[in-house]
Design a protein around this ligand. Structure first.
Ligand SMILES: *Cc1c(COP(=O)(O)O)cnc(C)c1O
Length: 258
């Protein structure tokens, strides 16, 4: 990143944690490099806020964005943190609402809902993180133990407590998703913004993962309301689903894989 900063660079923007694979970036260090280079640093913390500890001072963050519905708040409301002294033009001009940045009458129920949800989420952050990390790791270990030819996408430890993403070889994620859905399990193959598109995830491709493996990606996300019984249920139904689809797959080697 240091090498990518040019004399005309004014802003660096990096996600705190990736929405598809859950990888958490070294935000404090990135912020320090930006500060040293005199470049503003923005982070999209949508996946991180309410899920891992964040501190804009300690992490050298100038601008931070978040959205309420990723931590059980209402849909349609988000927030931006702007460090004092950072000048940002208005997004909507007109009235003087929201510090003259976004004209128009404030969405009071949305704003109050966001703040209340964040308050509840931060109060329980440590306990939730501990609980979800344990369930996440149980799910990861269980899948690796029961299903051959799978690959954990993203970092094993520098990872959101609620994210699991596997590459499952020889089959397509859409079929797994349909079969999981029939068994009452909601999962996804990548990002909600690209659901409905048949292209493999640009995130996985950029990570150097092959088209074939990216086509078989399965993302499962947890919340603090996820129970151990639910994890056990997924571990029970997923292996036969994968085996059934592999048995039908023209690219699956006869005699199975290790
Ligand atoms: C969901 C998400 C967004 C979009 O936020 P919306 O409020 O749903 O539009 C942006 N960035 C990341 C990393 C996300 O996960």
């Amino acid at each position: 990143m240091r090498a990518a900063i040019r004399p005309e660079t004014i802003l660096v923007s990096i996600m705190t944690a990736n929405n598809e694979v859950g990888t958490i970036e070294p935000i404090r260090e990135i912020g320090a490099v930006c500060r040293e280079a005199g470049v503003l640093f923005h982070t999209d913390a949508v996946q991180a806020i309410g899920h891992i500890p964040m501190d804009v001072q300690d992490m050298n963050i100038d601008l931070l964005t978040l959205t309420a519905h990723k931590f059980h708040g209402p849909k349609g409301v988000g927030a931006v943190y702007i460090r004092k002294g950072v000048r940002v033009p208005a997004m909507i001009t007109g009235g003087g609402q929201e510090n003259k940045k976004r004209a128009g009458t404030e969405n009071v129920p949305g704003i109050v809902g966001l703040a209340k949800a964040l308050e509840i989420q931060t109060e329980n952050l440590e306990a939730n993180m501990k609980k979800m990390t344990a369930l996440r790791d149980k799910l990861i270990a269980g899948v690796e133990e029961r299903i051959p030819a799978v690959h954990l996408n993203g970092d094993r430890t520098k990872r959101l407590p609620n994210n699991v993403n596997f590459g499952i070889r020889y089959i397509e994620s859409e079929s797994i998703l349909l079969m999981l859905d029939l068994k009452g399990v909601a999962a996804s193959s990548g990002s909600a913004c690209t659901s409905g598109s048949l292209d493999p995830s640009h995130v996985l491709l950029a990570m150097g993962i092959s088209h074939e493996e990216a086509n078989g990606s399965l993302r499962m996300t947890l919340s603090e309301f996820t129970t151990e019984e639910e994890i056990d249920y997924v571990l029970e139904i997923l292996p036969p689903i994968v085996q059934r689809l592999r048995d039908m797959s023209p690219i699956y080697p006869k005699g199975g894989v290790q």
